[in-house]
Design a protein around this ligand. Structure first.
Ligand SMILES: O=C1O[C@H](COP(=O)(O)O)[C@@H](O)[C@H](O)[C@H]1O
Length: 322
């Protein structure tokens, strides 16, 4: 990434409230679907000659003293630029939460997200980040042994965690020796204990855990975590952690955070790359949605936090006006 591109990304990420949504929406060639009827949808700009093609931000309307959420869509020319920006974003949040509360709770998904984290394990972040403050969790896990090729823990361990000095007892993997029901219950119990100890914050709004940062991917069908389109667990509103035994994507048995937990997060970075995701991105960002057929990715909606979509050009290629 060039210096100017990096600066552009930083400004966008760190000063969301400075973006004027009205100016952006008229001057920056939004897709019609984003311009017309979605006050709470993303805005997007496309500065010419920049390797980044973002930048959008706006706050949802909220009554004074109540909750607010911010959403941004960032479109990168190249996945390498996305990875660089994601590393910067994550390291800045790490510094902020480490200073504010002495801990940084980070939730990982599996899949392509993990590769996008690679620059965090390189200079300057490898030395600059205070890894001792990190507590790592999984938004979902497959019910397989930890050393299995399908394990989200193994993927993160091989490609990221083994390269950074996070204390082993702060890596909170899902128990791979239990049934799916047992592992979901066990993980929820452990999260509750960590909330009691003050490692995990609780949302004063929802009472569900408020993780500092969730780093999530999305499948080509619009699933997030192990919450698949049309599956009843997308409506779970009591449990923190649940399970599925009939995932349409193998392996069938999985453990997953529920939407109330996901949507109580302080920050979510949703990393979506590649043409295979373009259909779901198009559906998610199109107007005229009925609330009955929302994709899981469309159900990611923070009560009081910041949701940033990190995308590349192939992923947004069906958004005709970008
Ligand atoms: O099965 C899963 O898929 C999603 C998406 O994976 P991707 O490779 O298409 O990015 C992932 O976010 C989730 O954690 C994983 O269990």
């Amino acid at each position: 990434m060039t210096t100017s591109a990096a600066a552009s990304a930083t400004a966008a990420l760190s000063t969301p409230s400075s973006v004027n949504p009205h100016r952006s929406s008229s001057a920056l060639r939004l897709p019609a679907s984003l311009r017309r009827s979605h006050p709470n949808r993303f805005l997007s700009s496309s500065p010419s000659r920049s390797p980044l093609v973002p930048v959008s931000a706006m706050a949802s309307p909220a009554a004074a003293g109540e909750t607010s959420s911010r959403k941004k869509l960032i479109i990168f020319d190249a996945e390498d630029d996305l990875a660089a920006s994601l590393a910067k974003y994550t390291s800045e949040l790490s510094a902020k939460f480490a200073a504010e509360r002495g801990a940084f709770t980070v939730v990982l998904s599996g899949g392509s997200l993990v590769k996008a984290l690679r620059k965090l394990a390189e200079p300057p972040y490898l030395e600059a980040v205070d890894w001792s403050k990190w507590h790592v969790f999984w938004v979902d896990e497959r019910v397989v042994p930890k050393d299995h090729a399908d394990s989200n823990y193994r993927l993160a361990s091989d490609q990221f965690l083994s390269k950074v000095p996070i204390p082993a007892d702060q890596v909170h993997a899902i128990n791979d020796e239990l049934s799916s029901e047992g592992a979901a219950g066990d993980y929820e119990t452990r999260l509750k204990q960590l909330a009691k100890n003050g490692v995990i914050e609780l949302s004063p709004v929802s009472g569900f855990p408020k993780f500092d940062l969730m780093l999530m991917g999305m499948g080509p069908d619009g699933h997030v975590a192990s919450l698949f389109p049309g599956h009843p667990v997308v409506n779970e509103n009591q449990k923190w952690v649940t399970f599925v035994k009939d995932s349409p994507k193998p392996p069938p048995e999985r453990i997953t955070f529920t939407f109330p937990v996901i949507n109580s997060s302080a920050h979510i970075a949703l990393v979506i790359t590649g043409a295979g995701k373009a259909g779901a991105v198009h559906k998610a960002l199109s107007e005229g949605q009925s609330t009955s057929d929302l994709l899981p990715v469309e159900m990611v909606s923070l009560q009081n936090g910041e949701l940033v979509w990190f995308t590349d050009k192939p992923a947004v290629s069906m958004l005709s006006s970008i």
